[in-house]
Design a protein around this ligand. Structure first.
Ligand code: NAD
Ligand code: WQD
Length: 346
């Protein structure tokens, strides 16, 4: 029988791609999203790509009554929890907004899950929880040391969910929590169809959306934050992962919720990255090649809070989740450029 997955934040960038992969893998999908950072027309686009329908609730996950109504109306097998705010800079200016939305929102969601005895959850965490570690590539057992309020919300939610999983050994429950925490590295790219992708609000904070808007002529020039890092060319190195590979990792995580090593409950943590890093200058070059456009840039001082290198160790996800990436940098750039020029972005 088809399983039903509730996707919070499912009209957002990563959530929409995950919904496509879930539908393509034969799941029923219910989305709850308050549309604070996404548009409703994404639903029709998901349906067009997959030729399948989704159920949509325009609600905030902090609205307990609304969530109870959803859980009452459907037999939900698992939740993938994407809903959250994600801008590091904004989180430093407005930390309360981030703790309210990301931490409190998760508390309301998991309280309702417990009430309806749905204790299977996949959570969107981030490589940001590792802070600045010199042990590259980052393995999942590194200490957690988030350096900004956004990262703290991810670290806190991870801890809360780990405590839920641990609580099952102390109390006799009807069922146990089965939890997968996924730490994403730098998601990029868009769906091949050109129908869904990332739509930044205002001037982009992240490198690739910025580069893409410089290539299209919307922005004049890229500021490269720092040319004096201890890296091959002095610019920051990151592990960019195609959003479709990332989305497929969620399907694997959902499968894992009913299989070893989680069949008796527990919490597992996996990095989702490629294991390969690229510098800012390499990204500019790759984008110029994919788009055929020049990306003018100048090197400026480092951005506060940035680190030199952030690359995932991918062996645990490969071994246990049976997942690895398939898409290379060129495809990430080509798909971003197609999306940049799509009718949805104009
Ligand atoms: P996004 O902003 O595109 O998607 C998040 C979605 O959640 C949006 O559609 C938004 O409207 C919705 N939302 C936010 N708060 C909500 C609430 N209280 N109730 C209901 N809906 C709410 O972001 P994304 O890039 O798709 O990220 C998804 C998740 O992955 C987030 O939790 C983010 O922190 C995490 N993450 C993202 C990245 C990245 O670089 N994009 C990296 C690591 C982790
Ligand atoms: C990448 C590289 C910059 C913009 C962020 C969050 C992280 C995660 C992913 C959610 C760095 C350089 C950037 C620009 C530049 N999100 N850069 N000029 O900082 O690795 O990660 O997004 O969880 O939490 O912190 O990504 O794309 O901002 O930067 O030179 O205009 O590009 O210095 O080296 P980052 P990014």
């Amino acid at each position: 029988m088809k399983k039903t997955i509730l996707v919070t934040g499912g009209t957002g960038y990563i959530g929409s791609h995950a919904c496509v992969e879930l539908l393509n893998s034969g799941y029923h999908v219910i989305i709850v999203d308050n549309l604070s950072n996404s548009q409703k027309d994404v639903l029709a686009r998901i349906e067009k790509i997959t030729q399948n329908s989704v159920v949509f609730y325009e609600n905030d996950i902090r609205d307990k009554w609304a969530l109870q109504t959803i859980f009452k109306s459907h037999s939900i097998d698992a939740v993938i929890h994407f809903a959250g705010l994600k801008a590091v800079g904004e989180s430093c200016e407005q930390p309360l907004k981030y703790y309210q939305n990301n931490v409190y929102g998760t508390l309301v969601l998991t309280e309702v899950m417990e009430e309806y005895n749905v204790k299977n959850i996949v959570f969107s965490s981030s490589a940001t929880v590792y802070g600045d570690s010199d042990k590259v590539p980052y393995t999942e057992d590194l200490p957690i040391q988030a350096t900004n309020p956004y990262g703290q919300t991810k670290a806190m939610v991870e801890q809360i969910l780990q405590d839920y999983a641990a609580s099952d050994q102390f109390t006799k429950h009807d069922s146990t929590w089965k939890i997968v925490l996924l730490r994403y590295f730098n998601p990029t790219g868009a769906h091949k169809s050109g129908l869904i992708g990332e739509k930044p609000n205002g001037i982009p904070n992240n490198l690739i959306p910025y580069v893409s808007q410089v290539a299209s002529g919307e922005l004049k020039e890229l500021s490269v934050f720092g040319g004096d890092y201890p890296t091959t060319d002095g610019t920051g190195i990151r592990d960019y992962i195609h959003v479709v590979d990332l989305a497929k990792g969620h399907v694997k995580a959902v499968e894992m919720l009913s299989n070893a090593p989680l069949e008796k409950g527990g919490c597992k943590v996996y990095n989702l990255g490629t294991g390969t890093g690229y510098s800012v200058l390499e990204i500019i070059q790759a984008f110029e090649a994919a788009s055929g456009k020049k990306v003018p840039y100048k090197i400026v001082p480092r951005r506060s809070g940035d680190i030199a290198t952030c690359i995932a160790s991918t062996s645990l996800a490969k071994q246990e989740l049976n997942w690895e990436t398939e898409k290379e940098l060129e495809e990430m750039m080509v798909d971003t450029w197609r999306w940049q020029n799509s009718e949805a972005m104009t």
